[in-house]
Design a protein. Structure first.
Length: 402
């Protein structure tokens, strides 16, 4: 089963504020560089999509209402959603804050047929959280995910093993996992437009034209997806970044942003019970070198620490060192701080408190965590509150194969 909240951030905002219900809303910045993070279904009717520049969204939908967004609230809702997911199966694979695969293998004797379980899950999320969720059920993951997409908004679609080919055949090849716009164009050149075209093609000619990759997507096209639900897939890195309202060339002015991101990343490391060995500083140059949103070159610098850390100050100091020694030459439009090389706390138990300073920081961090848990992220920090809220929105947890 694949469960995916409908327009998650926008739905939470509409639940919180009755004045937004039934209205076209977008979560994201409304400024000249703002981007739509999520759009309500009312806004989607006008062609507003997530990742669209806010200016374009406003052009397509003049009555569009922008909401700044509240990542702390979305995360709290996400935790409640996953608690409910886990009531239906011990095997839940988190894909993002609002989306998961839930393995129903072996649960039917206890909980009923898959569609009964899917319907119950939808009802519980509706009753307890007043949020819409769509559910897809299928013998394999890829088909379940496509089915939940087809069930949207607020629906359930079950595809039985016998119906997989009939369901997939009329869909464009771009719906197959791993087939992006470039691959889709390449397949179109070869005459493969629909998934059905791939199903009918013979393996030898696919292999001749596309190599191993051709065989792989033909298998997926036939609904043969051997990936299991992986409940314990760990994050491989934590990072946070944001785009400035206007470009910044003064390096000193970047330091408070680095400290802010570092503290936020560190809090997430601590919450997950992991430490990081490597600190990454990332920026996007303000000097365009190509067309489109990807036309700004991205740079990263990384440094591996002698010992893994979950301390924001250590992460910030390392990132600031990277900034000073090998940082941007000119103005930048985006800045980010990340951590990779994660290890679990237990691996570092020995020598954890090897100095008074480390011990002091650890106690301080615990206190900070308690305060931010109670009063929100904006309670502590050196940036003015408004800037601090902007910093929070682009939070991401990167996973192995996302
Ligand atoms: Mg969703």
């Amino acid at each position: 089963m694949h469960a995916d909240m409908d327009a998650f951030y926008a739905s939470v905002e509409q639940r919180e504020d009755p004045a937004l219900r039934g209205q076209p809303i977008a979560v994201g910045g409304s400024g000249p560089r703002g981007v739509v993070t999520a759009a309500s279904y009312e806004a989607r009717q006008y062609g507003v999509r997530s990742a669209m520049p806010s200016i374009e969204a406003k052009r397509r939908c003049p009555p569009l209402i922008f909401v700044r967004g509240n990542m702390a609230l979305y995360k709290r809702e996400s935790e409640k959603i996953f608690t409910i997911f886990q009531d239906f199966s011990p095997s839940v694979e988190r894909v993002s804050l609002d989306e998961a695969f839930i393995d129903l293998t072996g649960t039917s004797r206890l909980l009923g047929s898959p569609s009964t379980i899917g319907q119950r899950l939808r009802e519980r999320i509706r009753d307890e959280l007043s949020l819409p969720v769509s559910v897809g059920i299928a013998p394999v993951k890829m088909v379940a995910k496509i089915a939940s997409g087809s069930a949207k908004p607020d629906g359930l679609l079950e595809i039985s093993a016998q119906n997989v080919k009939t369901f997939l055949s009329p869909l464009p090849v771009g719906r197959i996992w791993g087939v992006g716009p470039v691959a889709q164009a390449r397949l179109a050149d070869l005459g493969f437009h629909l998934i059905g075209d791939l199903i009918e093609a013979d393996d030898a000619s696919l292999e001749g034209a596309l190599g191993d990759w051709g065989l792989e997507i033909a298998r997926l096209a036939r609904g043969e997806d051997f990936r299991e639900v992986e409940p314990y897939r760990d994050a491989v890195s934590y990072s946070e970044e944001h785009t400035f309202a206007s470009d910044i060339s003064d390096r000193l002015a970047l330091e408070p942003f680095i400290r802010e991101h570092a503290e936020s990343v560190a809090r997430r490391l601590r919450r997950s019970g992991v430490r990081a060995r490597t600190v990454v500083l990332k920026w996007k140059s303000a000097r365009r070198t190509g067309p489109g949103a990807r036309g700004y070159p991205v740079f990263t610098r990384r440094l591996t620490l002698p010992k893994p850390t979950d301390d924001g100050k250590t992460i910030a100091q390392t990132a600031i060192r990277l900034l000073k020694e090998n940082g941007p030459q000119g103005a930048i439009r985006l800045l980010g701080v990340g951590c990779t090389g994660l290890c679990h706390d237990a691996e570092d138990q020995l020598g954890l408190f090897d100095s008074q300073e480390t011990e002091r920081r650890s106690i301080l961090n615990k206190t900070v965590d308690q305060i931010t848990q109670r009063f929100g992220k904006a309670a502590i920090g050196e940036l003015p509150t408004q800037q601090r809220e902007q910093v929070g929105l682009s939070t991401q947890v990167k996973r192995g194969d996302d």
